[in-house]
Design a protein around this ligand. Structure first.
Ligand code: GLP
Length: 241
């Protein structure tokens, strides 16, 4: 794993942006794996700026998001589809049909997982997958205990994850209890991975990811086995390295 230690959130976002731009410019039909959460927001702002400066086009880009809450539709401000539209897709020239986020309101969530996985397989590869890091080591919504060989599936969210994400909702009771997430094996098949880590709260999970044993108890530890992972982490997050 390559670790790039940057000063702060802004520098992390800039570095991630330039890495994604390389992929978008150099691949003929780039396929990006995208993440939600607070961490990649700055990256998306930078991508929009580059688009506005006419330094990049998303016309040929396809995207797959990691996850979505079960029960929230695309118009719900807390859905990850809404987040992606607001934070990136609505502001660049990516064709809507090229953007993929699992549906949170599919009548049969397991079928939705299967279909989503098929779409990823049909795209043939994800050139670069952006990841954030959950406090309990989750990636996407793969909570501790998720088998490393999992594909896209429905998960029950950990109480700690619901608490961590409650800040976006009116109350903890509104935080969904389930989500659809790309599986760990699906994520590991990406050609390259950029993991973004910012802030002191992430110092402990980041150290465990880098130095800890590879275990399903801490899903992000599997990244030690991927051949092309770049961790971009700010000073606060690197405190325990
Ligand atoms: C959520 C998302 C993850 C994200 C994580 C960290 O649970 N499902 O994909 O990486 O939270 O979020 P944040 O970046 O806000 O710390």
């Amino acid at each position: 794993m390559k670790i790039i230690n940057v000063k702060d959130y802004e520098e992390m976002s800039q570095q991630a942006c330039s890495m994604l731009l390389d992929v978008i410019r150099n691949e003929i039909k780039p396929v990006l794996g995208l993440a939600t959460g607070s961490t990649p927001e700055g990256l998306y702002q930078h991508l929009i700026e580059k688009y506005n400066e006419q330094k990049v086009s998303f016309q040929e880009t396809t995207t797959f998001n990691l996850d979505e809450y079960v029960g929230l539709d695309r118009h719900d401000p807390n859905s990850y589809r809404f987040f992606m539209n607001e934070k990136l897709f609505n502001h660049v020239n990516i064709p809507e049909e090229n953007t993929h986020v699992p549906s949170g309101i599919a009548p049969d969530p397991n079928q939705e997982c299967y279909d989503y996985e098929q779409l990823i397989q049909e795209a043939d590869r994800i050139d670069v997958q952006v990841l954030g890091l959950g406090l309990n080591g989750h990636i996407g919504f793969n909570e501790p205990g998720t088998p490393f060989n999992s594909r896209t599936h429905v998960v029950a969210l950990d109480e700690s994850t619901r608490q961590a994400n409650a800040r976006f909702f009116d109350s903890i009771n509104d935080v969904p209890t389930q989500a659809i997430t790309m599986g760990i094996e699906t994520i590991m098949e990406s050609k390259s991975i950029i993991l973004l880590v910012s802030g002191e709260k992430k110092a402990e999970p980041l150290a465990r990811l880098v130095y800890g044993e590879i275990s399903e108890d801490f899903p992000a530890s599997i990244l030690q086995k991927h051949e092309n992972v770049t961790i971009i982490a700010d000073e606060a997050a690197c405190a325990n390295l």
